[in-house]
Write a protein that binds this ligand. Structure first.
Ligand code: BGC
Length: 737
């Protein structure tokens, strides 16, 4: 059949569908009134639940592992696509299957379960957070949501937001940093982007899953007040903004109770206080009971047949229903919540449709995210930007001739064409160590010319030094892999990379270090190098993004979403027993040490100077801030700051507004905005402060209250460098809901 005939047939098909659709809808509406999109999601869910048998209800509240293999080695269930989770359709009622895929950086392909399939990877969640631009997070979410939908998925297990309490946490790259406001705003927008594509987003891991060591047994110990003002506040802000269809409860215990059967978390806070209408699914292996979990608020057991001790939501739950330990009403509520989210996000009206994706456009989304989120940490004597006419560039280390490193575990995205550097150990879970196919070397060569760029692997220091000596500029790529299920033992770069950098820096005064890491690492060589760029795990557009920043085609504007400590001694917990398999893990972790003073707030309260503070990041231009003006109407506070680009290049500044409440230990971020300004240009930037960041959580009355008194408002270039405070008086009182 030639192209034209095929196109013609497709047109006839579309026309036929167009005519048939209203008729079909009318017929469906009569016998299946829940199919009427004019009704609210809640009404549709009620109508549907009322027609379901108990068996059908029980069918909806369990998913199966959607890939071949798994811990018990079962074959892939019929109808699954090769992903993390699957709930078969119920054709009698027109309920579509749930096809669930990991996750936060792009569509994962666990163990190559979909041979030959690839996807586009955003850079780390931390890179997205470091853009401080909710619209960029939205675009990234939209891009991965569309890829998911185009591969047949209608749920992405994406929306990681556990706070960074420890730079050793192996999953920090999946999250959005240490500050509840920044994380909440960024992840909320990311979720909105995903769901704009009729794919449910799953905010996770709820809650206080802030380390991987002993993640399935450790109990996070933290007071309710501190939890509400830190980890839970991040979830609260993101959920209010993004409206995710589902929440994934985490593996760990919180104050002694498993998160997936923790009534305080799931019912008292999430469903009652926040009025969350969606459903809670367990993490894979996170369900530990039937009646207790269900009555605490868990709505769906994930892949229990493979990952849990028992299939709790199968026979045990049936028995609990028969014994009256779980009410039919609660079962209806569980199903209602799942269906409600499916209706709200458009899963019935917009079923995923397999189709090719626009790889070039999607890669650009990933690239632009990193261009706005890579953080320039050091730039002595304007080492950067490099001139496009640079005579010779030595590119050294981290397989920069082939690709860029990715974080490991369930979130890993397999690029089209496969791993750029296959075979590195561990090749099994939480490996394989994956490199995205976006080589910085090629991108640099495309700017300066191929003949001027040479590569040396970093493992042979003498060779690298020789290359650096005969080059005008040396760019050392340094890396440290992290992944799900383990934490770093320390922050050291391994494989003699510190020695490599020191040796190259001695050989070439124009040495630049590009870091591909999970976050902060030790930098004993910092004073010896000209420039340092934190590129996180750079994603599918990593190569060009890094090259564009190095050569000034893009002016760096990322700001750290995490504090960069000088050493582990500065942290609330110097030791992390059991990290990386060393030593015996503790049964609990005491987060009351810092409480809600996570990250920079701990550093300020304890008068510790980090290496780089939260909010820090250099630009190729400079900005100045004028005196802020503060206007308060009740508890709504707006701060207007004159911002000027005083340098010679266009660039973007992040206006960070910090507030210190009367009697508080430390100021904290209460609002922010990023503004792009041409050289010499100035603009007044108005930032609305988030009322919850002005208030404190009162556990006696279970609400947020403004203490009342004089609040100090600061505009800072980072959390450590705050300008002169301006006082604003706020009246004491309860926050309006
Ligand atoms: C992870 C989740 C993931 C799930 C499904 C778990 O091990 O903690 O983040 O979504 O697996 O792959």
């Amino acid at each position: 059949m030639n192209k034209r005939t095929r196109a013609g047939l497709r047109l006839v098909g579309v026309l036929a569908m167009g005519l048939a659709a209203p008729l079909a809808l009318a017929a469906a509406s009569a016998s299946q009134p829940w199919m009427n999109p004019k009704f609210s999601p809640d009404k549709r869910a009620d109508l549907l639940v009322s027609k379901m048998t108990q068996a059908e209800k029980l069918h909806m509240i369990r998913s199966y592992f959607g890939s071949p293999g798994g811990p018990k080695g079962f074959p892939m269930p019929k109808g699954a696509l090769g992903s993390a989770g699957y709930v078969p359709a119920i054709p009698r009622l027109g309920i579509p299957a749930l096809q669930e895929s990991d996750a936060g950086m792009g569509v994962a392909n666990p163990h190559g379960a979909r041979p030959g399939d690839g996807a586009t990877s955003l850079p780390s969640g931390l890179a997205t957070a470091a853009t401080w631009t909710p619209q960029i997070a939205y675009k990234g979410g939209k891009m991965i949501g569309h890829e998911a939908w185009s591969k047949g998925f209608n749920i992405l297990l994406a929306g990681g937001i556990d706070l960074v309490r420890d730079p050793r946490n192996g999953r920090n790259f999946e999250y959005a940093g240490e500050d509840p406001l920044l994380a909440g705003e960024m992840v909320g927008s990311f979720i909105k982007g995903i769901q704009s594509q009729h794919v449910i987003s799953t905010i996770k891991h709820y809650a206080v899953n802030d380390q991987e060591t002993a993640r399935t047994t450790v109990s996070a110990v933290i007071s309710k007040k501190a939890m509400r003002e830190s980890d839970l506040l991040a979830f609260e802000i993101a959920i209010a903004k993004g409206d995710p269809g589902s929440v994934m409860c985490s593996y760990n215990k919180v104050n002694g109770d498993w998160a997936c059967e923790n009534k305080y978390l799931l019912t008292d806070v999430l469903k009652d206080d926040w009025k969350y209408p969606g459903f809670v699914m367990s993490d894979w292996g996170g369900t530990h009971s039937s009646a207790k979990a269900v009555n605490a608020g868990l709505d769906q057991e994930s892949a229990g047949e493979q990952f849990d001790d028992k299939e709790w939501f199968d026979k045990p739950l049936k028995q609990d229903l028969a014994d009256g330990k779980v009410s039919e009403k609660r079962l209806d509520d569980m199903v209602h919540r799942i269906l409600r989210s499916m209706f709200a996000v458009g899963l019935f009206e917009h079923p995923p449709t397999k189709q090719p994706v626009n790889r070039a456009a999607d890669k650009r989304v990933a690239q632009h995210t990193l261009e706005a989120g890579a953080v320039l940490l050091r730039n002595e004597h304007d080492t950067l930007p490099l001139a496009s006419s640079t005579a010779s560039v030595a590119v050294i280390g981290a397989h920069a001739d082939k690709g860029v490193l990715a974080g490991g575990g369930s979130s890993v995205v397999v690029p089209w064409g496969g791993n750029a550097v296959p075979g590195l150990k561990p090749t099994e879970w939480p490996g394989p160590i994956m490199y995205q196919r976006s080589a910085p070397m090629a991108a640099i060569a495309s700017i300066v010319g191929k003949s001027k760029v040479h590569f040396a692997e970093g493992d042979d220091i003498a060779k690298a030094v020789a290359l650096a000596k005969r080059s005008k500029v040396a760019v050392v790529f340094a890396q440290k892999w992290a992944g799900e299920s383990f934490d770093w033992v320390n922050l050291k770069l391994d494989d003699n990379q510190d020695q490599l950098i020191e040796a190259v820096a001695k050989a070439n005064p124009n040495t630049i270090v590009v870091l591909e890491t999970n976050g902060p690492v030790d930098m004993p060589w910092l004073d010896q190098v000209g420039a340092v760029l934190e590129a996180w795990y750079p994603g599918s557009g990593g190569g060009p993004a890094i090259a564009n920043i190095l050569f000034g085609k893009v002016n760096p504007s990322g700001r750290l979403p995490v504090t960069w400590p000088r050493s582990l001694d500065q942290l609330p917990r110097k030791d992390l027993p059991g990290a990386g398999g060393h030593g015996t893990p503790d049964k609990s972790v005491d987060y009351n040490i810092e409480g809600a003073d996570v990250g920079y707030r701990w550093f300020i309260a304890k008068d510790k100077q980090p290496l780089f503070s939260f909010g820090y990041g250099l630009s190729y231009t400079q900005f100045s801030h004028g005196t802020p003006k503060v206007a308060a109407h009740g508890h709504q506070v707006k701060v207007t700051v004159p911002v000027q680009n005083t340098g010679k290049r266009a660039g973007a500044d992040v206006v960070q507004v910090y507030v210190k409440a009367p009697g508080a230990d430390a100021p904290h971020l209460a609002g922010f905005d990023k503004v792009s300004l041409k050289a010499g240009a100035s603009q007044g930037v108005t930032v609305s402060l988030h009322p919850k960041l002005l208030a404190e959580f009162d556990t006696a009355s279970d609400d947020w209250r403004i203490a009342g008194g004089d609040y100090q408002v600061y505009v800072g270039s980072d959390a450590e460098h705050l300008g002169q405070p301006v006082n604003v008086h706020l009246a004491a009182g309860k926050l309006a809901p």
